[in-house]
Design a protein around this ligand. Sequence first.
Ligand SMILES: [Zn+2]
Length: 100
Amino acid sequence: MAQRRGRKHIPQRTCIGCRTPSSKWELIRVVRTAAGVQVDPTRRLPGRGAYVHARRACWEAAFKRKAFARALRTELTPADVARLRAFADTLPPDEPQAEG
Ligand SMILES: [Zn+2]
């Protein structure tokens, strides 16, 4: 694949939890597919996407304000919510841990 762009432009996306723009590589993509709303680790699934930091607090905030439904323009089914919550549970808690 040809990579024409020499610039180091990093696409910015806004986290729907804390509303802070970040490079898309720091964010988890959530996508709306025909099979429901799901996490897209490859960032390649077609469909309307939303981005959330890999921090549990951002997911909690997104759930609380129904940001997923708004960003994805769909109602989340209980199965969708359960799937996203299961993913959020795998994330580290609020405080960032110092990496050594
Ligand atoms: Zn965030």
